[in-house]
Design a protein around this ligand. Structure first.
Ligand SMILES: *Cc1c(COP(=O)(O)O)cnc(C)c1O
Length: 436
């Protein structure tokens, strides 16, 4: 694209668009936006032809790389059949085939798939199912939820209600329903909450192993298993939100597996279609499902659905994504890359004076920078410096997140860490010198 055409589009973007999680005043006055025109593998190309490593998997969802031939072909083939048909009153082959495949991979005990179209709705569905099940069971007092402090489950009102990131959520408190927040990683705290309020709780909602949007906060080994035990003891459902952790991101297909835990409700989205198309699923057990079976007049129907729930193109992309996990032995080939990542972070990033902590679980990485004023927007400065050096990273406040596609080549992964280290050094040099 000509630089004139690019400049015109960039100007129109600033005039017409409103970007997510973005202070538009800064967006309008910072350097002009980068427009991504195409991608190949794990590289993004902008309209000026500049190349960038996709260091955050296009916001945590790309898995096997962009323009993967198998996924591309599956979407094209589905396009020749039908792009969209509803799941309300009808079904279609890719929805059924994907459910079979998903359930074969999911933790034991999960036997039903309810589709929606993004991570927030997958959580909304789980919350409403849990609540409604308790009502059906006559446990009318169980109207509340327990989430974890710093939890993030999406941006719709229900998922915000169970979330607990002050910066994103506090303002909306008057709109939200009742929920208690337990200290993540501290089973005793959850136990105390359940002892006090357990009879009013229908579900505990957690991001297993890693709280992503909180800045990649890690939970100690054994915690998730304790959460499962406490839920069982109090007759409370466990909702695991694997929207971020699912599909290999922590090193196993699902994070729950690492603790041998089966939740009552499992939410997946982001990586489900390999980062191609919006699709989500809420998986649940026969026990939950059976609680909704009744004569129509008993009004136990789950009255919930979205226009694009289980969209055929998205299901075709998801099916192909799961096939590629097998044909390319993605999880097996990921293990040495996880080790390489750990080594490179230890060598290049951890020793930097601005770095307070490096957190890693599988392919999820948070690099915490400390000692900077909020106005310095140091995370943002690091992301800009990385971009000039050829990598796209997106910070969460002062935490630099690395979340490369699982398919990234080892050389690219090393380069991503090198660029990140150089960007941190560059962006923090001046503020550190000024503070000294
Ligand atoms: C991203 C995310 C969501 C929300 O997913 P969207 O598709 O953005 O609505 C929910 N839960 C977790 C853990 C996430 O990381």
């Amino acid at each position: 694209m000509s630089s004139r055409a690019t400049a015109e589009l960039a100007a129109a973007d600033r005039r017409l668009l409103w970007h997510p999680f973005t202070q538009q005043r800064g967006w309008e006055s910072d350097e002009p936006p980068v427009l991504i025109e195409r991608a190949q593998g794990t590289t993004l190309y902008d309209t000026d032809g500049n190349a960038y490593i996709d260091g955050v998997s296009s916001l945590w969802c790309n898995v096997h790389g962009h323009r993967h031939p198998v996924i591309d072909a599956a979407v094209r083939a589905q396009l020749d059949r039908v792009a969209h048909s509803t799941m309300l009153g009808l079904s279609h082959p890719p929805a059924v085939q994907l459910a079979q495949r998903l359930l074969a991979l999911a933790p034991e005990g999960l036997e039903r798939v309810f589709y929606s179209d993004n991570g927030s709705t997958a959580v909304e569905v789980a919350l409403k199912m849990a609540f409604q099940l308790c009502q059906h069971r006559g446990e009318r007092a169980r109207t509340g939820f327990i989430g974890l402090r710093n939890g993030y489950h999406g941006d719709t009102i229900g998922s915000v209600s169970v979330g607990a990131i002050d910066l994103f959520h506090t303002l909306y408190r008057p709109l939200l329903f009742e929920r208690w927040a337990a200290e993540p990683g501290d089973a005793e705290d959850l136990e105390a909450l359940l002892d006090e309020h357990g009879e009013r709780v229908c579900a505990v909602v957690v991001e297993p192993l890693v709280q992503g949007a909180a800045g990649m906060l890690l939970q100690p080994a054994g915690y998730l298993r304790r959460v499962r035990e406490l839920c069982d003891r109090h007759g409370v459902l466990l909702v695991c939100d694997e929207v971020a952790t699912g599909f290999g991101r922590t090193g196993t297909m699902f994070a729950c597996e690492q603790e041998g835990v089966s939740p009552d409700l499992l939410c997946v989205a982001k990586g489900l279609t390999g980062g191609y198309l919006p699709l989500a699923a809420t998986l649940t057990t026969a026990e939950v499902y059976d609680g909704f079976l009744a004569e129509f007049h008993e009004l136990r129907t789950f009255f919930h659905g979205h226009t694009y729930s289980g969209n055929p193109l998205a299901c075709a992309a998801a099916l192909a994504t799961l096939e590629v996990f097998e044909s390319e032995r993605t999880l097996e080939r990921l293990q040495p890359k996880i080790a390489l990542l750990e080594q490179a972070l230890g060598d290049l990033v951890a020793p930097l004076p601005a770095v307070a902590e490096v957190r890693q679980r599988g392919f999820m990485v948070g690099i915490e920078l400390a000692g900077f004023a909020a106005e310095a927007r140091i995370g943002h400065q690091v992301a800009l410096a990385a971009r000039r050096r050829g990598a796209i990273v997106r910070p969460l406040g002062d935490v630099i997140v690395l979340m490369a596609p699982l398919a990234i080549a080892e050389a690219e992964l090393s380069r991503l860490v090198e660029i990140t280290a150089a960007a941190i050094a560059e962006a923090t040099a001046e503020p550190l010198a000024a503070a000294a």
